[in-house]
Design a protein around this ligand. Structure first.
Ligand code: ACM
Length: 680
């Protein structure tokens, strides 16, 4: 165990040195997202139990609650008891929160979220036009707290902050797998911490109808397996989100992805029932019948009911992946298309959307839809959520539609935080005109639910979403990957303090898999593994809603620190293989740690069926590590590899990329770079 710790410490130490080199002597910046404008000076505001807060200008219940949450978090973090009294007069306080007013009664795209934060050696001041802006400032304030051996302090800084994009969302699909209310609340806490402002709640799917309708009780009565949110719970979520400056945009996906609706209401469908809840994933042929008045009457009733629960000006109608198969097979629908001159399924869907739009307008809602709703038949106030590529977003903007980018932010692709981070909703290089650029509202992270359960969801969302949140909030030029990962590591710990379990989940799941607390070796193994992408897993495992999600792949987390650490050390080493002793030593320590742990890892993998699926990975690990050590030797000594070594080693790496075990090694691209750099 000591040896395993040693390598971890070395990796951490080099991260720490990296941070220290960038920081001024009193301020290590771990802010995430990075503010629009920040200057820091030498002074500091010491932390003590006399810390006090005042709201001399304006306060309301929402601001008061946000202040209490902040005080509690700071007290927990520092172990310093704090007075919870907030003064509203002009008496001096350590933190003065100067707010002009409450902000919008129903938060819209135009809510003013900006704030300034000024910390001097004697006190701090947050100034904001709205309570939402002040809450953003309070999050920054908490992130600024610095720790040193003798106590805590706040650095002297001047911050002027405002978001780059107005729409900074996270979508969660609760249709494929239901997520309990507490999970949603924790997620909202995490979103608030990193200044995301839209919770897009995907509530209906082929696999489950998750929101109570009193008008149509068979929707959840027959289409949810009893797993749904009551209207009171949905209102509770909306209020919880609003308390944190987060809008809730519900999605009711139509006309496809609707099989769960048809279990209780088969007449909505384009072919006769009966229907059952779909358990498989993928695209479903069943779709609503757009030709019948009764369909629109039903939707009108349902949307009217939902409009009472969800006050946001926007409602998402889905619109994705409607394959038209049922429409083609139904002679009555085909005849309807001929008489209405509707050429194809896309035209019929546009016809359907025009009717939906009228219903939404009647209930004072703007329409949001996935790419497929983009059609000249629809007016320009429809917002397009682009999931098939950035091109559809710019096409929409060129046609005058507002849009949100999601395609690069699909968390189930199991990409690195860096890859998501570098994808910009509106890159400087975009060919859009200034007017067209103004149509890009922002971006949304998508957390699809096929392979999620309430235990693993946090580890799929966090901390990667925090990096994306920075992309949506901070200036485009804030894009240094090393610095992002340094700050992300700090934010990840802060997020866990909110009750999220993205870090703790792995150990708990490994203990459960191994049936023992003795998981040191498995932990080393898991530290260099991550889940394969959604599609790789789906293809290997043919997952459905009924597949138990209790495998090693469900335990490990995407983009663990090892990936970036090994990559950074590899690049550092390759710059001067003969001279860089430090990077070489750090890489060697990591490779040796894996070799040392291998026998214990393999013994544990052989001990139980759910771990045995990864046995091939267990035997590959020491072989790959040995190849890494060999590459380091050849490179640092400047010698050629023996004949056949490179070919053999690259074949070993290629075999280790096979997605069969559902988990993949994090370091293979770096190892491949090392091996390819060896002269032969
Ligand atoms: C989608 O991923 N079908 C929106």
């Amino acid at each position: 165990m000591k040896r395993q710790l040693a390598a971890g410490v070395i990796l951490c130490l080099s991260l720490y040195l990296h941070a220290a080199a960038q920081a001024n002597p009193v301020f290590t910046n771990t802010l995430l997202p990075e503010p629009a404008k920040l200057t820091s000076s030498e002074g500091r505001l010491p932390w003590s139990s006399s810390f006090s807060v005042s709201t001399p200008h304006f306060h309301d219940e929402r601001l008061d609650a946000a202040i209490q949450r902040t005080l509690q978090a700071l007290e927990d973090k520092t172990g310093t008891p704090l007075s919870k009294e907030v003064r509203t007069d002009a008496t001096a306080a350590t933190l003065v929160i100067d707010v002009q007013g409450a902000g919008q009664a129903i938060q819209s795209l135009d809510e003013d979220e900006s704030y300034s934060l000024n910390i001097t050696t004697t006190g701090a001041r947050i100034q904001a036009t709205t309570v939402v802006g002040a809450m953003r400032g309070l999050e920054t304030f908490q992130q600024l707290l610095q720790t040193e051996p003798t106590g805590y302090f706040l650095p002297a800084v001047q911050i002027e902050d405002t978001p780059r994009f107005r729409w900074r969302g996270l979508m969660i699909d609760c249709g494929r797998h239901f997520e309990p209310v507490e999970v949603i609340k924790h997620t909202l806490d995490g979103m608030a911490a990193v200044k995301l402002n839209v919770f897009h709640w995907h509530l209906t799917e082929d696999q489950g109808f998750r929101i109570e309708s009193k008008l149509f009780p068979r929707l959840t009565g027959m289409g949810s397996d009893g797993l749904f949110y009551t209207q009171d719970q949905a209102r509770e979520i909306v209020a919880y989100a609003r308390a944190r400056g987060i809008r809730v945009v519900p999605e009711f996906d139509m006309p496809g992805h609707t099989k769960s609706w048809f279990v209780g209401y088969p007449d909505l469908a384009s072919a006769p029932g009966p229907y059952t809840i779909r358990r498989e994933f993928g695209i479903e042929d069943a779709a609503m019948d757009p030709t019948r008045d009764s369909t629109y009457k039903f939707i009108d009733g349902f949307i009217g009911e939902m409009a009472q629960i969800f006050p946001d000006p926007y409602m998402h109608i889905g619109g994705d992946e409607s394959d038209g198969v049922q429409w083609k097979a139904n002679p009555r629908i085909q005849e309807f298309m001929r008489t209405h001159s509707l050429q194809d399924a896309a035209a019929l869907q546009a016809y359907f959307n025009q009717h939906l739009l009228k219903i939404l307008q009647k209930h004072n809602k703007h329409m949001v839809g996935w790419d497929e709703v983009l059609n000249p038949a629809l007016p320009k106030d429809v917002v397009i959520q682009s999931w098939r590529g950035a091109k559809s977003l710019s096409d929409a903007a060129k046609q005058g539609y507002q849009g949100i980018l999601s395609q690069p932010y699909y968390l189930d692709g199991m990409k690195s935080a860096a890859e998501h981070y570098l994808a910009d909703p509106l890159p400087f290089s975009s060919d859009l005109t200034p007017e067209q650029r103004s149509f890009i509202l922002g971006g949304e992270i998508c957390m699809w639910g096929e392979h999620l359960n309430e235990r693993s969801i946090d580890s799929r969302i966090w901390p990667r979403s925090a990096a994306i949140a920075e992309r949506f909030w901070s200036p485009e030029g804030v894009n240094n990957i090393d610095d992002m990962y340094r700050r992300l590591a700090a934010e990840s710990i802060r997020l866990e303090a909110l009750g999220l379990t993205h870090l703790s989940h792995q150990d708990a799941a490994l203990r459960e898999l191994a049936g023992t607390e003795d998981i040191d070796a498995l932990r080393t193994f898991a530290s260099v593994l991550e889940p394969v992408s959604f599609s790789d897993r789906y293809e290997q495992q043919h997952t459905s809603q009924l597949t138990p999600l209790d495998n090693l792949v469900d335990a490990v987390r995407p983009d663990p620190p090892s990936r970036h650490n090994i990559e950074r050390l590899t690049h550092q080493f390759l710059q001067a293989p003969a001279a860089d002793e430090q990077a070489r030593a750090d890489l060697e320590a990591a490779f040796k740690e894996w070799i040392v742990a291998a026998p214990a890892i393999n013994a544990q993998l052989a001990s139980t069926p759910l771990l045995a699926v990864a046995q091939s990975r267990g035997s590959q690990l020491p072989q790959l590590a040995t190849a890494g050590l060999e590459a380091l030797n050849y490179l640092s000594q400047g010698t050629k590899a023996p004949a056949g070594w490179k070919q053999r080693t690259l074949a070993l790496i290629a075999a280790a990329k096979n997605p069969q075990t559902l988990v993949r090694f994090t370091f293979l691209p770096s190892l491949e770079e090392l091996v390819n750099a060896v002269p032969d």
